[in-house]
Write a protein that binds this ligand. Structure first.
Ligand code: ACM
Length: 671
């Protein structure tokens, strides 16, 4: 038995070395077998009666391959099905919660799970084994295999901010589909902000009549200005119910966030008595600029009644055990300047604004507890003392999460170092060179950095690590004017997040992931998702083994080889002013077989002054000792035809310049 297992593993290791199955997140265990199952329009689904929802969703997905939804049959109809996918519940409960077993043989496909979520996850793996686009004949071969799989973490989340910008219901559903595709199971819906309140609350109609609308928005390219256009929108309770039902069917929990006591300017603009109205110069409005704003809720009984009323309606709409109260970035100045709050501080023995924040959070926790729910908040809810049962979402790095887990609180890791998908995913200069609409808030979070994240810090003992419920990525929407831009930031980094959240740490391997991602990108394209190209970190290599040397110093990692790596997004960057006779010389792996057009382009958007070559020559040589002048640089560019036999191509500086030098690429046209 032992040797059979070993052989199976060896086979699967070989298969995965050759071409890993394009499944993201990577399953816990895959055994590839010989043969395949021929899926066609004749394939039907037989399912346990309790899995009608999951069978129905799979049936609709299969139509994208075969052209028509697969017929579905409840288990007890013992009809003979010549080509079948069977979806069953495992009554022995041997499969971990949310996990599944998927078996594909030439005779059929079987998905087995302990719970409907697991069965659904099995169907998500199956659709990743199908072609991304419809084959002409509507048939597809599913490779024979056995997969046993279950999630590493129970909280696998994405947060979407609809406060700064608002997205229609259909876009939110498309977002939910994408979460499901990668077995993410938590949609944290950030519904309220200084710049817009987006959830209908029947008892307080002005929250949306007033609070959902702002007078202006900063345009792309100038965050300190105003476009002067009224902007807004909100979700009706009917629309929210529809979205929650849509997510629930896909085994995604929707966690609503009503951010308080800060980030409340829109609500306070609607009902000014909710704010610290007893301070000088009090003039709340729905905010039109980004950033942190001073308006906070007043910690009064009237406000706690408002909070209770709002959460009453929120809890009617959202079945989630966890309700997010925000709690982040609440400035304390207004409280400290408010006579009413100073009186409260005396009465409740609160020594500063942090303790007022703690008092506020504890009151909110009681409100939620009374409704049978659990409070979750950003790590600032620790300020002044954490309320007893709160769960902490750690965003300012991991420190708040680590401290909370050590104190026995549950934690969701959401650090801005690894999970803020509003940050740039490729260097800012490269992105902005494509247009102002590529502006992002800040930062640099390439996909390999997301992938590298481990949500269980070594600073925690294994026992404390059990308090890490999972991990979540954030899509703050200041710079996402439409849903296409949301997608651009979410995809493909969502794939890396999914693997961080689901796959055992010891099975993670970035190169293997990057290979699987190529097929997953095709699925995104087929689904009409406006994804970004994954940013691959530059490596110090030319495209073909040619070499590059230079007399000029190198700035950071802008190696000379990047001038001949075939990538438009990488470049050589000098680290100093240029001197006469400075050079950058390319030695080709093979001499040119025929006369070949060559172009050297210098200068680029990474530099404010352009860093173009001002005076220089493009030269060639067959032996490295005699040089032929081919062209003079003009406006940073030189083009010429290098003769057959050319071995070396050189950029030679002919006069000093104070600007540095950027060389994006030396390009050779095919002869
Ligand atoms: C946050 O980024 N303010 C949670």
């Amino acid at each position: 038995m032992k040797s059979i297992t070993a052989t199976l593993f060896a086979v699967s290791a070989l298969a995965s070395a050759a071409e890993p199955l394009p499944i993201i997140p990577k399953p816990v265990e895959i055994k590839t077998l010989d043969g395949h199952f021929p899926l066609s329009a004749n394939t039907a689904i037989r399912h346990d009666r309790r899995l009608a929802n999951e069978a129905g969703l799979l049936s609709a997905d299969l139509a994208k391959i075969t052209g028509s939804p697969a017929k579905t049959y409840a288990e007890e109809l013992r009809i003979h099905l010549p080509s079948q996918i069977q979806i069953d519940l495992d009554e022995t409960k041997s499969i971990p919660p949310s996990g599944y077993r998927l078996e594909v043989t030439p005779q059929g496909i079987r998905i087995l799970a302990t719970d409907p979520a697991g069965a659904f996850h099995g169907t998500r793996t199956l659709i990743q084994l199908l072609p991304p686009t419809k084959p002409a004949n509507g048939n597809a071969n599913v490779p024979a295999l056995q997969i046993s799989d279950h999630p590493r973490f129970q909280w696998r989340g994405m947060m979407l901010d609809v406060g700064r910008h608002f997205y229609p219901v259909e876009d939110i559903k498309k977002f939910i589909d994408a979460l499901a595709f990668h077995k993410l199971n938590s949609f944290h819906w950030h519904l309220t902000e200084d710049q817009g309140w987006r959830i209908e609350i029947k008892k307080y109609p002005k929250l949306t009549e007033v609070g959902a609308w702002r007078e202006s928005t900063p345009p792309y390219g100038n965050r300190d200005s105003d476009d002067g256009k009224r902007y807004g929108g909100f979700y009706t309770q009917e629309q929210i119910r529809d979205i929650v039902a849509y997510a629930t069917a896909r085994h995604i929990n929707v966690v609503p966030e009503i951010d308080m006591p800060g980030h409340m300017a829109a609500a306070i603009a609607a009902y000014p008595q909710l704010g610290n109205s007893d301070i000088p110069g009090y003039a709340p409005k729905v905010m039109t600029r980004w950033g942190v704003h001073p308006y906070t809720l007043a910690p009064t009984e009237e406000v706690f009644q408002f909070v209770d009323d709002v959460f009453t309606e929120v809890c009617q709409l959202f079945p989630s055990t966890y309700i997010h109260m925000g709690g982040d970035e609440a400035p304390k100045d207004q409280w400290e300047n408010s006579p009413r709050v100073r009186e409260l501080m005396k009465k409740e023995n609160l020594k500063d604004g942090h303790e007022v924040q703690s008092y506020f959070v504890k009151r909110v926790e009681k409100i939620l507890e009374a409704k049978g729910r659990k409070l979750i908040g950003w790590d600032e809810i620790r300020e002044g003392g954490l309320s007893p049962k709160a769960t902490v979402m750690s965003w300012r790095g991991e420190a708040g999460g680590i401290a909370s887990a050590k104190e026995g609180h549950d934690v969701v890791m959401a650090p801005n170092s690894h999970t803020y998908f509003d940050h740039y995913q490729a260097p800012a200069a490269t992105e902005l060179a494509k247009g102002l609409q590529y502006e992002a808030i800040t930062g640099f979070l390439p996909i390999d950095k997301v992938y590298s994240y481990n949500p269980t810090p070594a600073a925690l003992t294994p026992e404390q690590q059990k308090h890490i419920l999972g991990v979540q990525a954030q899509l703050w929407s200041e710079y996402f004017k439409d849903y296409k831009k949301v997608e651009y930031h979410a995809f493909p980094r969502i794939a890396a997040l999914a693997e961080v959240a689901w796959t055992p740490a010891e099975l993670k391997n970035y190169d293997d992931f990057r290979t699987r991602l190529e097929t997953i990108l095709k699925h995104y394209d087929a689904a009409g998702i406006n994804r970004a190209q994954p940013f691959d970190p530059p490596t110090r290599k030319t495209r073909d083994g040619s070499t590059v040397e230079t007399s000029i110093g190198i700035y950071q990692n802008h190696w000379p080889e990047l001038a001949f790596d075939g990538r438009p997004d990488t470049f050589f960057w000098a680290d100093r002013e240029l001197k006469q006779n400075d050079h950058l010389t390319l030695t080709l792996a093979k001499p040119l077989p025929a006369p070949t057009p060559v172009t050297i382009t210098t200068g680029g958007p990474a530099s404010k002054n352009g860093d173009k070559l001002e005076n220089g020559k493009l030269q060639s040589s067959t032996d490295g000792s005699t040089w032929t002048d081919l062209a003079t640089f003009n406006d940073g560019t030189a083009t010429a035809t290098a003769p057959a036999g050319t071995r070396k191509i050189r950029l030679l500086v002919t006069a000093p310049q104070t600007n540095w030098l950027i060389i994006h690429e030396i390009t050779l046209a095919s002869p």
